[in-house]
Design a protein. Structure first.
Length: 479
């Protein structure tokens, strides 16, 4: 592969070799860029230097090595990043292991692979792959974390070392774990920036997903047949996942393309992975989704390896597990689905008519657990730099405190791609616990008219709402 020299010229390096030179590693966000790569070539040259990572024609099951699990004799628990600070020996080992993989370039390879799957960035020119935009979000990141964790374990004396997770779903207030300020190896090259913690409502958007049975309502739907419109991103990409990223207005974590250059990214995604593990293990025993798809990862020296989605369903096969699972709040057993029919179409958007079965459930005592599923809606009519949104059962003006507004249901967060904001064509899905909120908040009993409005950091509507146009709305009821 190639590396960029301090003079801007490209110097060749053989695969797997370590060079000692006066070259300076620089943060991606600090490389010059502009309207054209011809005028500002540093990012283009960096992309060329990673060409071995994205030589896709060679990627097939005949030329790549298949991974079906880890070679460790017994899995080890991933620790909480907060609890890890009470174990100085673990913190010291983790710092030393990260320093080793940063020196060798392994960390840079992992960061580059993530950047290259963020929708045709300069890391992977011409590619439209964005693993944040469909159901591959969870398994792809699980694979990425496994390869990085395996590299940490291969440093001397560290086979039992596991990545920590950042348990932001219960922390009050949510703060960056001190572990990631304890040594230089656990900090990004560019300043991390001030962290603005998300609200409880933004985190609740992830916890609400744990009571769903269908993977489509948690992690997303599989790709359709060739030529058909791909499904929207799974609800797990919003909520706490997006809100934590958006909590960093500046620094690597603020931009999906640079986020993996911060070691904190891996603790954040270990917790997202923990959500997936908890979803699979929450009573009752939900069916595991054995979807057939191959994910490719580069093992440092341009040695491509692949993992099947089905093999990633069980994290213990890859040498780790989580002792503390995340529980749904509250559990929703005996789930059955009731589709909310589309009543008629107005110029401003759709109005959803609830079925009689659902109306009857509103009047039962005690009221059942109800979760509203909103599938495939867009927020493209709002400015791309707006990332946090409230969902309501009636129109709302600007300046309203969302959580105290009569008609407020819940929140969703969109992902940021740095200075350009979110993807304007991003299609979202969400699951909201609406127990006790319906039908009291419905202006017209039996009719569900949804609206969406952007929110400030303080949870206040910054613009008046717009009608929410969705492909499908369903209600999950559990007694």
């Amino acid at each position: 592969m190639n590396r960029i020299t301090t003079t801007g010229r490209v110097a060749p390096i053989g695969h797997g070799q370590v060079h000692s030179s006066t070259l300076t590693r620089r943060e991606w966000s600090r490389l010059t860029f502009g309207l054209t790569a011809l005028l500002f070539p540093e990012r283009r040259l960096h992309a060329q230097s990673l060409s071995c990572l994205f030589t896709l024609p060679a990627l097939n099951v005949d030329t790549a090595v298949g991974i079906t699990g880890d070679d460790s004799q017994s899995p080890k628990p991933r620790p909480s990043a907060v609890d890890a600070m009470s174990d100085p020996a673990y913190a010291t080992r983790l710092c030393a292991a990260f320093q080793s993989i940063r020196t060798s370039g392994v960390f840079d390879f992992a960061s580059a692979q993530h950047c290259g799957h963020c929708g045709g960035t300069a890391c992977n020119p011409g590619s439209t792959s964005d693993i944040h935009a469909d159901w591959s979000f969870l398994p792809w990141h699980r694979g990425l974390l496994y390869f990085l964790e395996r590299a940490l374990r291969r440093t001397p004396g560290n086979d039992d070392l596991r990545l920590p997770y950042w348990g932001w779903e219960t922390a009050q207030p949510i703060t960056v774990p001190p572990l990631f300020s304890s040594c230089a190896a656990l900090q990004p090259v560019a300043p991390r920036g001030m962290f603005h913690p998300p609200s409880t409502a933004q985190i609740k958007a992830s916890i609400d997903l744990l009571g769903t049975q269908d993977f489509a309502y948690f992690g997303g739907s599989p790709p359709p047949a060739t030529g058909q419109t791909p499904p929207p991103a799974g609800p797990i990409t919003g909520g706490g996942h997006a809100a934590i990223h958006n909590g960093f207005p500046t620094g690597p974590m603020s931009d999906l393309r640079t986020a993996a250059a911060d070691p904190l990214f891996y603790a954040h995604h270990a917790n997202v992975d923990r959500f997936w593990s908890s979803w699979q293990g929450t009573p009752p025993n939900y069916p595991k989704t054995g979807l057939n798809r191959i994910f490719f990862f580069d093992d440092v020296a341009c040695q491509w390896q692949y993992i099947w989605f089905a093999d990633l369903l069980d994290e213990t096969k890859f040498g780790y597990y989580y002792e503390q699972k995340i529980q749904p709040s509250p559990p929703t057993p005996n789930i059955h689905h009731m589709e909310v029919s589309h009543a008629h179409w107005l110029s401003a958007g759709p109005v959803w008519k609830s079925p009689e079965e659902l109306i009857e459930k509103f009047n039962t005592n005690p009221a059942p657990r109800l979760k509203l599923v909103i599938v495939d809606f867009q927020i493209s009519h709002f400015d791309a730099h707006l990332l946090r949104f409230g969902i309501f059962t009636k129109p709302v003006g600007s300046g309203a405190q969302a959580e105290t507004f009569h008609g407020y249901l819940g929140q969703i967060s969109a992902l940021s791609y740095g200075t350009k904001g979110r993807n304007r064509n991003e299609r979202l899905s969400t699951v909201i616990d609406v127990t006790g909120k319906l039908p009291a908040s419905l202006p017209n009993p039996g009719r569900l008219e949804l609206s969406v409005a952007p929110l400030t950091q303080d949870g206040v509507t910054s613009h008046k709402s717009a009608r929410l146009t969705a492909k499908r709305v369903e209600m999950l009821s559990g007694s």
